[in-house]
Design a protein around this ligand. Structure first.
Ligand code: F6P
Length: 341
């Protein structure tokens, strides 16, 4: 059996652990594995590399993806790119394709299954933790830990200078990352897209904190949080039409400094949150996901995508329903808010 694999969308710690597990399980079953480079672009352009288990073995603990990634969408130019993709799929002699991605990459997989019945198995990944498919996605734990490490460094300098430090996190349109990291560092306020920003409440919480003698503060802001009445300039949209997010942290810091009259600085953590080695938790989860995906491919259970409920990995049909976005569960936000001053 010949199994292809590709990784699409924003990279995420744990992708290499998935690739390693798929390559190993397929090889153990007597098959072979080929990796397509740079997400769907690799299948459109016919860019691939063999994935022998020995070669991918050392990649278990490495961040990023050995195959490269992109936000290429073959359905952006369906008349040109979809036929090219299908031709390269056939030329490669694939019996199955494992697609590792978020809602956009898996959305393309769902369309290819629906339109052409391609033998695809999906694996959800995201540092944003915003997929209905998984209670917790691999990559999320690593990203939370990056934010925690950064904020702990920022706290000592904020303390020394009695400043407010506003830290902008990723998370796309959801607040999972900001909320979990906020709880883990004991943030003095967390702003997420799911809860409208109340500047007066934010400032009065910081004021109360200061009046109680604690004269520095840490505020976490998810990049997708909407500052009231702000109309952020859209810098760029990619193939799937998503705008590049960022900048809300500066607006929040500005408002705090003006109203509280305390020196306030902003740090945008950006792509640091996607980089570096996966945590042990993410390595284990990604390895289990890779083995499960290979198993589905070997058993010919196509048109499916993996799910994680609690610690149980299962699969469901890969369709648009499965790919719904999961906003932050507000019970978590309320727990974080118990410490807001
Ligand atoms: O979806 C993952 C993510 O890191 C988001 O948190 C962020 O908004 C986006 O990707 C950034 O994408 P890019 O690397 O294309 O700027």
């Amino acid at each position: 059996m010949k199994v292809g694999i590709l990784t699409g969308g924003g990279d995420c710690p744990g992708l290499n652990a998935v690739i390693r597990a798929v390559a190993r399980r397929v090889a153990d079953a007597g098959g072979s594995c080929v990796g397509f480079l740079e997400g769907w672009r690799g299948l459109i352009r016919g860019m691939s590399r063999p994935l022998a288990p020995d070669e991918v073995e050392p990649w278990l603990g490495r961040g990023g993806t050995i195959l490269g990634s992109s936000r290429t969408n073959p359905y952006k130019s369906p008349d040109a790119d979809v036929p090219r993709l299908r031709r390269h799929f056939a030329e490669a002699g694939l019996d199955a394709l494992v697609v590792v991605g978020g809602d956009d990459t898996l959305g393309v997989a769902a369309r290819l299954i629906n339109d052409f019945d391609l033998p695809i198995v999906g694996v959800p990944k995201t540092i944003d933790n915003d997929l209905m498919l998984a209670d917790f996605s691999f990559g999320f734990d690593t990203a939370v830990n990056v934010v925690v490490d950064a904020v702990e460094r920022l706290r000592t300098t904020a303390e020394s200078h009695r400043r407010v430090m506003v830290v902008e996190t990723m998370g796309h349109s959801t607040g999972w990352l900001a909320c979990f990291a906020g709880m883990a560092v004991g943030a003095d306020y967390v702003l997420v897209p799911e809860v409208p920003i109340d500047v007066r409440h934010l400032v009065s919480a910081l004021k109360l904190r200061r009046e109680s003698g604690r004269n520095h503060a840490i505020v976490l802001v998810a990049e997708g949080a909407r500052y009231p009445d702000a109309n952020p300039a859209v810098l760029e949209t990619e193939d799937f039409g998503h705008p590049r997010l960022g900048g809300v942290g500066a607006l929040v810091a500005n408002a705090i400094e003006r109203r509280l009259r305390v020196e306030t600085r902003t740090v945008v953590l950006g792509h640091l949150q996607r980089g570096g080695a996966p945590t042990a938790h993410d390595r284990v989860l990604a390895t289990r996901m890779g083995l499960a995906a290979a198993e589905l491919a070997l058993r010919g259970r196509f048109g499916t995508v993996l799910t994680l409920r609690g610690s149980q990995i299962a699969d469901v049909p890969l369709d648009s329903h499965a790919l719904a976005t999961r906003t932050l569960d507000l019970a978590f936000y309320q727990d974080a808010a118990a410490f807001f001053y």
